[in-house]
Design a protein around this ligand. Structure first.
Ligand code: SAH
Ligand code: SF4
Ligand code: F3S
Length: 441
């Protein structure tokens, strides 16, 4: 009997990589590789990598070291690196880690089967060419449509914004929107497989269709997706504040299925820093969009990203970021210490903020946000929220779901509620969770 081949796949970084990894699993299944969670059992190890910050990249190299010793003991083990570090490093990666067999970039998933077959025959390969047209979506296989409660659907890839600190445009290529018909088709297939919620995914979904003349804009796409029967809740991520239009804001008032949550990263509260970041909006523009969203959708939960210690961020600029989070009162905030990335504009800026100052600022920001998040969660106590039940909670004795505002909620009830939106009275607001009781199922 032929032994079944096994794939061990590790995914780092954002939802784009998670989505690509689903496709990788489907592709490798087509070559007879079943998935394993045990690297020791694997015939093929693939790392789908992230290079958004230097720490992410270092972590990947650290990880790769583990597989080096494994390969020494089992030379037939195939090791591949894909995703954003692979795209950035290309051939270099083989030099730094000569035990690696294949390096595939972010636009080269369609070559993966050929590359793995080559590696099985002892041939190393590198593929990092960009494929900057809509064909890319067709060349990339779809992940197998299986059910689940909530799924991501890619509507666009790449980014043209070139924020001064960001490596994404360099490793994901130019922005391309997928045809609206294809998006609706995929959402309909997911609905038919029992999916209740979809999140439309892209680096900057707000500029969906901008480059494609005849294409609908993102607001129109939302209307079309909302018409799909069986889909009861709709989300999207990520938004760029400069591109969020009045029409899109109005969708929150017009489309009942659209969940009252938006991830709207500000990155800084200082106009001067925003300008140097090349973000294309001012603090006042940002706050005006926030207010318009709150008007269109009272109670909307806003989350964001913030960078501290960007070159030239002095104490006064940092205080403006602190003031912004108090003004917006984010439901949640992801905050990062600025990390210079190769090839980006800011990598050439003098980086005079010391490591210690950056760390101190991050701690202040995170402490303030922690308080705001807790206060906001507590303020929901007594309210009735529409919670989409995703399944059993991690402790196993209750259910876990999310409110429209994307707050994780634990509740008691029958597992048969999975995939349903139920009305839940919130009884407790904790730091990272809400607790509640079902009032209407
Ligand atoms: N397309 C998304 C962001 C993707 S990266 C958007 O524009 O919102 C996710 C977050 O990582 C960014 O929002 C930013 O806050 C952070 N980030 C990106 N590059 C960074 C860098 N060089 N150093 C620190 N944080 C960074
Ligand atoms: Fe990076 Fe800016 Fe593009 Fe977001 S919009 S991916 S932060 S360049
Ligand atoms: Fe990381 Fe690439 Fe996403 S750099 S954040 S995995 S687009």
């Amino acid at each position: 009997m032929i032994k079944a081949k096994k794939l061990y796949l590790e995914t780092f970084g954002c939802q784009m990589n998670v989505s690509d990894s689903e496709k990788i699993v489907t592709l490798m299944k087509g070559m007879g590789y079943g998935q394993t969670q045990e690297p020791g059992e694997a015939d093929l190890v693939l790392l789908n990598t992230c290079s958004i910050r230097a720490t992410a990249e270092q972590r990947m190299y650290g990880h790769l070291g583990k597989f080096k010793s494994m390969k020494k003991k089992r030379p037939e083990l195939i090791i591949g690196v894909g995703g954003c570090v692979a795209q950035q490093e290309g051939e270099e990666l083989l030099k730094k880690a000569p035990f690696v067999d294949l390096v595939f970039g972010t636009h080269n998933l369609h070559l993966l089967q050929k590359m793995v077959a080559g590696a099985e025959a002892g041939k190393k390969s590198v593929a990092t060419d960009f494929l900057d047209d809509e064909k890319r979506f067709d060349l990339f296989p779809h992940a197998e449509t299986e059910g689940g409660v909530t799924r991501f659907v890619t509507v666009m890839q790449g980014c043209d914004n070139f924020c001064a600190y960001c490596i994404v445009p360099h490793v994901r290529g130019r922005e391309i929107s997928r045809s609206a018909d294809k998006v609706v088709e995929e959402v309909a297939a997911l609905a038919a497989a029992g999916v209740t919620e979809v999140t439309l995914l892209g680096q900057n979904v707000n500029s969906y269709g901008f480059k494609e003349d005849a294409a609908p804009d993102f607001a129109e796409l939302l209307f079309r997706v909302a018409e799909v029967d069986g889909i009861e809740r709709l989300r999207f991520t990520t938004s760029h504040p400069k591109d969020i239009s009045a029409r899109l804001i109005d969708c929150f008032a017009q489309i009942p299925k659209l969940a009252p949550h938006i991830h709207l990263p500000a990155q800084s509260g200082s106009d001067e820093v925003l300008k140097r970041m090349n973000r294309g909006y001012t603090r006042a523009d940002y706050l005006a969009k926030v207010r318009a969203l709150e008007e269109a959708c009272p109670g909307i939960q806003i989350t964001g990203d913030m960078i501290v210690g960007f070159p030239g961020e002095d104490e006064a600029a940092f205080r403006e970021t602190m003031a912004l989070i108090e003004e917006v009162r984010y439901a949640d905030l992801f905050s990062f210490i600025y990390s210079p990335r190769p090839g980006t504009k800011a990598a050439g800026f003098p980086d005079e903020v010391t490591r210690k100052e950056k760390q101190g600022r991050l701690e202040l920001l995170q402490a303030a946000q922690k308080r705001i998040t807790l206060e906001r969660n507590q303020s929901l106590v007594g309210s009735v929220q529409r919670v989409l039940v995703e399944g059993a909670s991690s402790s196993g004795d209750s259910l876990f779901g999310r409110t429209g505002g994307n707050r994780g909620t634990v509740l008691h009830g029958d597992l048969a509620l999975a995939g349903r939106i139920v009305e839940v009275r919130i009884t407790e607001g904790l730091q990272t969770l809400l607790k509640g009781e079902v009032v209407h199922a």
